[in-house]
Design a protein around this ligand. Structure first.
Ligand SMILES: NC(=O)c1ccc[n+]([C@@H]2O[C@H](COP(=O)([O-])OP(=O)(O)OC[C@H]3O[C@@H](n4cnc5c(N)ncnc54)[C@H](O)[C@@H]3O)[C@@H](O)[C@H]2O)c1
Length: 455
């Protein structure tokens, strides 16, 4: 990513910093987390192990991750930008269904060696009963040892990454098992033979003969964080549901883990399932507002302000976490409300609302001259998009001067139309036709009303 941006710089592209995200000078979307008391922590790979920072300050570098656990282990609100959105979706659904997170029995695909898997383990407060990752199927109906899992997850930024095979054998309870993903025979509790570990791993999620083990675990939530495309599909979805009868909520961290027929069948069984495109928006939101936007706004001051000044960087990270969480809550609440109103499945509503948003955005583009003439309204909309930390450093006057330049007008207009459409959707999805009519009748007034009470 650095090389590409550097090439753009050498070719004199003025906004070379915006051409890639994930640069070494940027804000990585998988390395930071937020503690319960609102502090930013970071985990980074070093030659001596993992470096833990809190509020940007180095706390320790260690290869003994129980030392990291002792400092932040019991105190993580959410970790990673994508997982922050996944967790916010999950927590909103749990609130809606009246289930306490601490009482959830979770299964996940993807494990402590993955970005989403490691961050899920760090963030989640309930019991984790099943993990299927690149290494094995790891199952314990009494719950896997959270501290041991977290210790492996904290080591994710170091090489080689450790997966579920690093979970200590002696922590697996007598009714649990770990079947490695290797072509070998294994024995399950009660003596059942597994002829081939790779075959077992590949078919685990739809092997109904395993019900006698799974029924003991009471697994009620599934968060896929890795695995193959269409793992659960039209052919095996009924077996999946028969095996995991207690599942009430699915939040798709991983992309395309389910095909649409599977999603339809799952929804018809009353399970609440938030699909990938709604649930895992956090990472891409972070790239947009923690990397691209600051690069446009700060230009050549970027390194001084966001690389050298740790305080500012941490303030920005905090603002970004807060925006991602807020958006994910609004999105989930909107989807749940629409489901209640229309009876349509959540995954279908994710697509429909995306289309509604884009349609409105296109309509707003045709009115952009009218909107952009109202400078105080434009400023209000932009202010609601830009993370607080950047508003504080730069001030709205400078932000507007930068975005109003001829070069950046199209970027500004994209922000304006998208932000208006997003707020309209989150507030008025239930009365969408009415909102559209109001927009057609008097765009400016309707937009003003939408932004009357934005914080
Ligand atoms: N990382 C992000 O910010 C982000 C954002 C949006 C969507 N996603 C999606 O989430 C998924 C995981 O992304 P990631 O960045 O965590 O990837 P990753 O490469 O960091 O981790 C992949 C995980 O999948 C596991 N895995 C590999 N083969 C498996 C199998 N056959 N069955 C079950 N698990 C298996 C690995 O052990 C690992 O835990 C992908 O679908 C990705 O598109 C990730």
């Amino acid at each position: 990513m650095d090389t590409i941006a550097d090439l753009a710089r050498k070719r004199n592209y003025r906004y070379w910093r915006t051409i890639t995200t994930g640069k070494s000078t940027g804000i990585p979307h998988d390395a930071y987390g937020i503690t319960v008391d609102g502090k930013v922590f970071g985990l980074f790979g070093e030659s001596g192990g993992t470096r833990l920072t809190v509020e940007g300050e180095e706390v320790l570098i260690t290869d003994k991750t129980d030392e990291i656990y002792n400092i932040i282990g019991g105190n993580i609100h959410s970790s990673g930008m994508t997982t922050t959105s996944v967790m916010a979706c999950l927590r909103t659904l749990l609130k809606y269904t009246g289930i306490k997170e601490e009482q959830v029995n979770l299964m996940m695909t993807g494990g402590p060696d993955g970005d989403l898997g490691a961050n899920q383990i760090q963030s989640f407060k309930g019991k984790i009963k099943l993990i299927i990752d690149s290494g094995s199927v790891l199952f314990d109906p009494d719950g896997l040892d959270k501290k041991e899992l977290m210790k492996i997850a904290f080591a994710r930024h170091t090489e080689p990454r450790l997966n579920s095979l690093a979970y200590p054998e002696d922590r697996i309870g007598s009714s649990g098992f770990r079947i490695p993903r290797v072509k070998q025979q294994f024995k399950l509790p009660e003596g059942t033979m597994v002829e081939d570990g790779t075959f077992f791993h590949r078919n685990f999620l739809s092997d109904v003969s395993l019900r006698k083990f799974i029924e003991k675990a009471g697994i009620n939530v599934f968060v896929p964080c890795g695995g193959f495309k269409d793992t659960i599909n039209a052919n095996n979805v009924n077996s999946f549901l028969e095996l995991f009868k207690e599942v009430k909520i699915i939040v798709e961290g991983a992309n395309v883990f389910f095909d649409d027929t599977a999603r339809d069948v799952i929804a018809a069984n009353g399970i609440l399932q938030i699909r990938d495109s709604s649930a895992n928006k956090g990472g891409v939101t972070s790239s947009s507002i923690a990397e691209v936007l600051p690069s446009f706004l700060l230009g050549d001051e970027y390194e001084r302000v966001l690389v050298e000044d740790t305080g500012t960087k941490m303030a920005l990270v905090k603002s970004v976490f807060s925006i991602i969480e807020k958006n994910a809550i609004s999105e989930t609440e909107m989807l749940v409300a629409l489901r209640k109103e229309t009876g349509k499945p959540l995954h279908q509503l994710s697509i429909e609302t995306s289309e509604m948003l884009i349609e409105l955005q296109m309509a707003l583009y045709s009115q952009i001259d009218t909107i952009s003439k109202n400078t105080s309204l434009v400023e209000k909309i932009i202010e609601s998009y830009v993370p607080d930390a950047l508003v504080k450093i730069l001030g709205m006057r400078r932000i507007m001067e930068t975005l109003n330049t001829e070069h950046l007008k199209s970027y500004r207009d994209a922000i304006l139309t998208k932000k208006i459409a997003q707020i309209a959707l989150y507030r008025c999805a239930l009365e969408w036709d009415h909102l559209k009519k109001r927009m057609q009748y008097n765009t400016l007034k309707t937009v003003e009303e939408l932004f009357e009470n934005t914080d």
